[in-house]
Design a protein around this ligand. Structure first.
Ligand code: GLU
Length: 488
């Protein structure tokens, strides 16, 4: 437990959807905040107008809410440190950029795109490791600058990165990190459209919003030295940093859309339970140091610590996600599953059926151990929702012999005599018929399953009969006798 109440933030740029990597960042921030009685802030970093996507913010908030990661502060909440949309804070960034210019830690740059392009080309010819601005405008006189500004010459504001210095910081995940300023470009802080860049807005807001811990993906590690310089230049206390490991495909390449789904929404649409997705994402780069793999949000809050986040890239293993989904599904109560199944039925071809709760709960009970997704309570046992019209060919070949229709007739007769039969009554009746016919029970069970379900595997035979009920079973036996072609 850390002493001060931490304030952490999830600071996505709204691209149109919540990436699973973003979900992992949001989750770790959330867990850290909840564990330490802190505050979880959602800040929208929407300063790149070229990447503006209509509805992206709403979509992002919706995905976070679906996952149960409710923020304490953010768009739409009480405005303590707000606004929480960077596009509504432009004057604030401008003010600090001017302060940096006054202190000579930043400067106006009026270089044209052509000049910058040429510079880049020259540097590429010289095979320099990276293109860097040559500080040309740092040498402009005050008069030149004023004249340019008065003439409304397009300009940016750049960070004046000192040469040949070391920037050090401690990262909770990566330990001591050091960068040489010679490799850092004079980063643009305010663009020619007056909008801040990510670096400027991010540091100003983390400071003003009193963020104590910056927990974000490893791809931002190389930006951190620029941020450290900004904190120092502005005379601000730095937050504690924790950079989370990269997410990898199973071939250890960086997780990409090309190899599978990356949006939380996609997983939601595919029927993953939010508890399973959260559990899975939590384990992408963190473990509690034991063998426990199944967590709910409460146990994650209890166990989570940044100190146990790994440095090594975390592989996104779909088999594990599927396994966790099945585990989480089984942890749900019958009534929770009933609600989820009803939602699923509404989306299916069976949405016009009126099915009583008891009927669906009976299906849930017999299928629970055999499914990994809610929709499989339908797809894996459609025979509970419709009369079979086709019969599995292999099973017909194997189990439906010349004598089978006669056996089935006998069974039907026996079943017809049962009054309000339970599962066991069907079983006893079948055993009796087998004895009367002097045959093994298998000669009845396999064709009977085929007759009532159309397939050869699925829910336990007598459960199946009980759930369908006597009348339905009789109907199905009779139609199978008529419809299944005998094999010789
Ligand atoms: N806006 C950045 C993003 O899209 C935030 C990075 C950070 O957390 O500093 O991920």
């Amino acid at each position: 437990m850390i002493s001060e109440k931490p304030r952490v933030r999830f600071a996505p740029s709204p691209t149109g959807y919540l990436h699973v990597g973003g979900l992992r960042t949001a989750l770790y921030n959330y867990l850290f905040a909840k564990k330490n009685n802190g505050t979880f802030v959602l800040r929208i970093e929407d300063t790149d107008r070229n990447r503006f996507v209509e509805g992206a913010i709403e979509n992002l908030i919706e995905s976070l809410k679906w996952c149960g990661l409710n923020f304490d502060e953010g768009p739409g909440t009480e405005n303590k440190f707000g606004p929480y949309l960077q596009s509504e804070r432009l004057q604030i960034y401008k003010k600090y950029a001017i302060e940096l210019i006054e202190k000579k830690y930043a400067y106006y740059c009026f270089c044209s795109t052509e000049r910058l392009e040429k510079l880049k080309e020259e540097q590429q010819k010289l095979k320099l490791p990276q293109a860097k601005y040559d500080k040309h405008c740092l040498n402009l006189s005050a008069d030149e600058i004023n004249a340019n500004l008065e003439n409304n010459l397009p300009h940016v504001i750049r960070l004046n990165v000192p040469l040949n210095q070391k920037v050090n910081f401690k990262d909770i995940v990566r330990g001591d990190v050091e960068f040489d300023t010679s490799n850092i470009d004079d980063q643009v802080l305010i663009k020619s459209d007056g909008f801040p860049t990510y670096h400027m807005a991010n540091v100003v807001d983390d400071h003003l919003m009193q963020i104590t811990h910056v927990i974000r993906g490893e791809e931002w590690l190389s930006s951190t030295p620029k941020h450290i310089l900004l904190y120092d230049f502005l005379g601000w206390e730095k937050p504690i940093f924790a950079h989370l490991p990269l997410l990898l495909n199973s071939d250890r390449s960086k997780l990409s859309k090309r190899q599978g789904d990356v949006a939380v929404e996609d997983y939601r649409k595919k029927g993953y339970l939010k508890g399973a997705l959260i559990n899975f994402v939590a384990l992408l780069g963190w473990n509690a140091g034991d063998d426990v793999e199944i967590y709910n949000i409460e146990s994650l809050i209890e166990k989570f610590s940044l100190e146990r986040v790994n440095k090594a890239g975390a592989v996104f293993d779909m088999d594990k996600l599927n396994w966790l989904n099945a585990e989480h599904l089984r942890m749900k109560s019958d009534s929770e599953l009933l609600q989820l199944l009803r939602d699923e039925i509404l989306k299916s071809e069976f949405n016009t059926l009126t099915l009583p709760d008891e009927y669906l709960i009976a299906i849930i009970r017999v299928m629970k151990e055999r499914v990994s997704f809610i929709r499989e309570f339908i797809d894996k046992c459609t025979y509970f929702y419709k009369v079979p019209v086709v019969y599995e060919e292999a099973s017909v070949q194997k189990n439906w012999k010349e004598e089978t229709p006669a056996y089935m007739n006998k069974l039907a007769e026996k079943f017809a005599g049962l009054v309000n039969p339970q599962k066991e009554d069907f079983e006893t009746a079948l055993t009796e018929v087998a004895t009367e016919l002097n045959i093994g029970k298998g000669k009845l069970i396999h064709p009977l399953r085929l007759a009532v379900s159309g397939v050869s595997t699925g829910a336990g035979m007598f459960d199946l009969l009980f759930i369908l009920g006597k009348e339905e079973v009789l109907k199905r036996i009779n139609s199978a006798i008529l419809n299944i072609k005998q094999t010789t």
